[in-house]
Design a protein around this ligand. Structure first.
Ligand SMILES: [Zn+2]
Length: 228
């Protein structure tokens, strides 16, 4: 009994030491010093928005037109544009002032919360990671210079976390893994399927949509924890 207890305790010390070292390396890489503090987590709410491709931009805003920078987003290089469009759903209901986020992408895509989709008359829209739009519903998009009929591209973006490789090492996760996000406070809840997205240019940042943010009362608390 005694020797087994000793062996177990040595085993757990080894594991925690290894974890400590991995964290230390990751933190040093991050340049956050040696005090063992976790990388700073920010959680942002993405309101409904659209990404446009060059071809659709030409139709909606005129040939050769460009997105106008309005304000930067947390992830380097991404921005909210001044341009907005109107989306028409399957039962001719519409939402105007749908903001476009830049830069332009290879494919146009509309990201809605479920509440938006219901308002527009969609029976259901799939939960996808941005860019994965094959087989998703389409919509009619109206811009100041023309109208585009998207054959596909309407999704609810699944809740996800952006991080760089050092932050992924800190958490011990890989691209596509699912993490948990616990939100404290009066309306608190835990999200169980926060998809990991890794890019060298990323900063640790969870994106949820307005339905998710309202459900968990994100604005009511700073008690937030991301874990495997
Ligand atoms: Zn995101």
């Amino acid at each position: 009994m005694a020797s087994s207890a000793v062996a177990n305790s040595i085993g757990s010390i080894d594991r925690s030491m290894v974890e400590q070292i991995v964290r230390q390396v990751a933190l040093e890489y991050l340049g956050r010093g040696k005090n063992g503090t976790a990388p700073v987590l920010t959680v942002h709410t993405s309101a409904r928005h659209m990404h446009v491709c060059r071809e659709d931009m030409d139709v909606l805003f005129g040939p050769g037109s460009d997105l106008t920078f309005d304000r930067p987003l947390f992830q380097e290089g991404n921005f909210a544009a001044k341009e907005a469009v109107t989306i028409v759903g399957p039962r001719s209901r519409l939402i105007s002032n749908l903001r476009i986020l830049g830069p332009m992408r290879k494919q146009s895509q509309v990201e809605l919360a479920f509440t938006d989709a219901i308002m527009l008359g969609f029976d259901k829209i799939p939960i996808r990671i941005s860019g994965d739009i094959a087989g998703t519903p389409g919509a009619v998009i109206i811009g100041p210079k023309g109208v585009v009929e998207l054959k596909e591209g309407v999704i609810r973006a699944g809740i996800h976390v952006h991080m760089n490789p050092a932050e992924a090492a800190y958490f011990g996760v890989a691209k596509g893994d699912k993490m948990k996000l616990r939100i404290g406070g009066l309306a608190g809840l835990t999200f169980n399927n926060v998809v990991v997205r890794i890019d060298p240019t990323s900063r640790l940042n969870v994106h949820m949509d307005t339905d998710e943010a309202n459900a968990c009362g994100l604005h009511l608390t700073k008690d937030i924890e991301l874990f495997k």
